[in-house]
Design a binder for this molecule. Structure first.
Ligand SMILES: Cc1ncc(COP(=O)(O)O)c(C=O)c1O
Length: 421
């Protein structure tokens, strides 16, 4: 016998074991994955850095300074964020708490902002990063309110009206919203929120007395588009809260997984100016503490800002190139995609014209699932729009920062599936 909640968890599964990944030379029939948001374009660079810096002190073999970020790492991260996020008020190392990845800190944010069993909820615009649906709810008892803020233009200041309507609709159902989570730069749309929109959302959160949690894990994976339509990234910490919002309601999430192609490090942090929020985070992070080895390597990396500058410059150049290649291949294959965006690792595809709705009695979502299964059978993986709460069926998230040969092979397989039906 297992508990009721554990019985629910038996329905959930994540990667566990061998991947059967495509390799043109050694595994040509392996799976091409456009699913995981990993940056394979700079993976050799980060690995080289790690291999030349993995001299560990014996103190790293014990609990050391504890579970939530060494002073050395917190100082290095504060310095890094002060340089790159350009906060209005410098980020102090004491505002930073580390956990084993932003995934775990997203859960922590839900635990800290909402009371379970009290109809308290977190609001998000949609479409949005699909794993929020698990990460914020699975163990917390918190519910989510997805708000319609326009199919793909969540970024204009007009989106505030959508959040306002969503907040009131939830209230009318007895649901009390406690936080708004933003993903900036946005996953899956790859866009950055303009300053004006962020200010509007900060005012909204202040008026409703709710937390604003900004997941900025792609903050430095922002690149210049070849056609020039590039947007600047603005952190919520780069906006002066004076007269807008109490800074103790504003929290930022950041980590090593994306900008440093270091998801295997399992290192994320929350930056908060709210002392109680930070204390409670530190208490819960006992259960999702990062390893001392990862913290040591990350500190060495972030301390070397000359290396970081070169690394980011290379990464951003390659992201731009890889996106252009993906656009070319997809266009040749007759696949449409969201044209905006200059951040993150993905393109938001529109496969609605290819949905096999004639095989699903016109049910678009069932057709999306069927198409997704067909891609998997053809050896190509992509996240479908449904878990991302896409407003309409047929959307897929295509991660473009994989090696060129794998991308070409993957698009060939996608194209084959689409032309067969
Ligand atoms: C928006 C966003 N937040 C968090 C994560 C997870 O980050 P981590 O690897 O630090 O758990 C991802 C990974 O895809 C993401 O896209």
């Amino acid at each position: 016998m297992i508990s009721r909640r554990a019985t629910e968890w038996t329905k959930v599964s994540f990667n566990h074991g061998a991947q059967n990944a495509y390799d043109p030379a050694t595994n040509p029939n392996g799976i091409v994955s456009f699913a995981n948001a990993e940056n394979w374009l700079v993976i050799e660079d980060i690995t080289d850095f790690i291999n030349t810096h993995n001299q560990f002190d014996k103190l790293l073999s014990v609990y050391g300074e504890g579970f939530t970020g060494t002073r050395r790492l917190r100082s290095a991260m504060a310095n890094h964020l002060n340089k790159h996020l350009k906060p209005v008020q410098d980020i102090d190392p004491e505002q930073i708490t580390f956990g084993a990845g932003v995934t775990s800190l997203n859960e922590v944010c839900a635990l800290i902002t909402c009371n379970p069993d009290s109809q308290e909820s977190i609001m998000l615009g949609r479409p949005v990063y699909g794993a929020f649906a698990f990460d914020l709810t699975m163990r917390t008892g918190v519910t989510l309110e997805y708000v319609d803020v326009g199919d793909t233009d969540q970024f204009s200041p007009d989106c505030v009206a959508g959040y306002e309507a969503g907040f009131e609709a939830a209230k009318a159902r007895g649901v009390s919203i406690k936080a708004l989570i933003l993903c900036n730069p946005h996953n899956p749309l790859g866009q950055c929120y303009p300053r004006e929109t962020l200010e509007g959302l900060m005012r909204f959160c202040a008026a409703k007395k709710i937390h604003l949690i900004s997941d900025e894990i792609y903050a430095l994976s922002v690149y210049k588009r070849r056609d020039g339509l590039s947007e600047e990234f603005t952190s919520v910490r780069a906006i002066d809260p004076t007269g807008i919002i109490d800074p103790s309601l504003v929290h930022v999430l950041y980590g090593m997984s994306k900008d440093f192609s270091g998801a295997g490090m399992r290192l994320g942090c929350v930056v908060s100016q709210n002392a109680d929020f930070t204390k409670a985070t530190r208490a819960t992070c006992r259960f999702n503490s990062p390893s001392q080895f990862s913290m040591d390597l990350a500190a060495k990396l972030l301390e070397d800002q000359d290396y970081v500058a070169k690394f980011l410059d290379k990464s951003q150049g390659l992201l731009s190139q890889s996106r252009s290649l993906a656009e070319e291949l997809l266009t040749e294959a007759g696949i449409q995609f969201h044209q905006r965006g200059n951040a993150g690792f993905f393109l938001w595809l529109d496969m609605a014209p290819y949905l096999p709705t004639n095989e699903t009695d016109g049910d678009g979502w069932a057709a999306e699932r069927l198409l997704s299964r067909r891609f998997a059978e053809a050896g190509v993986m992509m996240s479908a729009g449904e878990p991302y709460k896409a407003p309409s069926p047929g959307k897929f998230r295509f991660v473009f920062c994989i090696k060129e040969d794998a991308m070409r092979e993957g698009v060939r397989r996608i194209s084959q599936v689409l032309t067969q039906k």
